[in-house]
Design a protein around this ligand. Sequence first.
Ligand SMILES: [Zn+2]
Length: 465
Amino acid sequence: VTAPGAVRRWHAELAWLPGRGVHAGVLVEAAGPYFTAVTPGVAPADCPPGTARLAGFTMPGLANAHSHAFHRALRGVVQAGQGTFWTWRARMYQVAGRLQPDSYLALARAVYAEMALAGITCVGEFHYLHHDTGGARYADPNEMGRVLIEAAVQAGLRITLLDTCYLSGGLSPDGSSVELSDVQQRFSDDDGAGWADRAGQLGADEHGMLGAHARAGVAIHSVRAVPADQMGPVVAWSHAYGAPLHAHLSEQPAENEACLAAYGVTPARLLDRAGALGPRTTAVHATHLTGDDIELLGDTRTTVCLCPTTEADLADGIGPARALTAAGCPLSLGSDSHAVVDLLAEARLTEMGERLVSGRRGSFPAGELAQAATVAGHACLGWPEAGEMAPGAFADLVTVALDTPRLAGTQPGSALESVIFAGSAADVRNVVASGRDVVADGRHLLVDDVPAALDAAITALLSRS
Ligand SMILES: [Zn+2]
């Protein structure tokens, strides 16, 4: 592979190479945005002049496969008092009702910068806040989507904009749609054809590219929000562009009950009937499934994206992670509501949930969890050439410091286990994305003061009456 751009070299003290384990002294070379060579077992003295040193533990860039950027504004304020997923959603809609392109750009840029500091080099933004208040169209009907792409570029991340079809306020037992609430009007394109018309105006090329750092994907919000007879255009778009298709699936028992009452089948079966399951598809959450659902998702090689910190935060439940991977589903991870932004925590909780439910340790080895956070995450976002440290892959590197209070004493032979089971986003020290330094020594190089940017964007949003 040849790529334009300057040649760069790094020497990683320890590095996890997917499928090859942890190696000492890994010399990594890149030209422009791609790796050109990865060589383990190189002594520091044998590196060419100008090689950058990466002290600690280096792994490929992390992929956050499920994000709603604006939910970050709710962190903390929704933790007081009691409630359910549904009361949380009411608070979330208050914030959704206030966002405008300028305030969304400021918030998303800060949130994506927080992600970069946590080692995330690619985000899948599940985007449904399309229109102005009351559903009025912006002059450019994709202005909000473009703002999200711009925010990711400014924060140094790649993004897959999962343009989400959201048409109805819920499902009635007779199968009819519940009317949209005031805020939900902002999400709706009226029908599947309207969604396709707007999404088509984003201007993706025939490969689904929206520039060097952005790809177009599509999403069916859920079986609650998209009537079965309106799913066709979303599925067709995915086929036409080879684009990833994501959908929330069986996050809450009430969704299953409504779907069974309206259609007589589970949400997984309904999506399958619409042709929406398959290797390009990612089912998000997949918490409350039947045995038949698990088989269906596995047989179709549908990826499952778990968001364990959000699922815990929203009292969703613990999904059948091991049964899904055993059935054939690749696994990816997302921070979803951003109750915390820490992919190491998502990886760890995947195994911890399994332990709490099964009474056994070690269902998911650290390598499998790291795979979900890197290779599989990128693949389900439509970046199959990312998440690896190998020639031809995107030059994304995340270096975790091992001299922090949490990780001091880490031994080379169990370094990956230490990082996955005890590391945190706060331990990430250096991040390279697409061959470019984004975080150095724990500092974001493109967004001056990330905490200040988050504080300004969130306070402005929450203090508006
Ligand atoms: Zn979500």
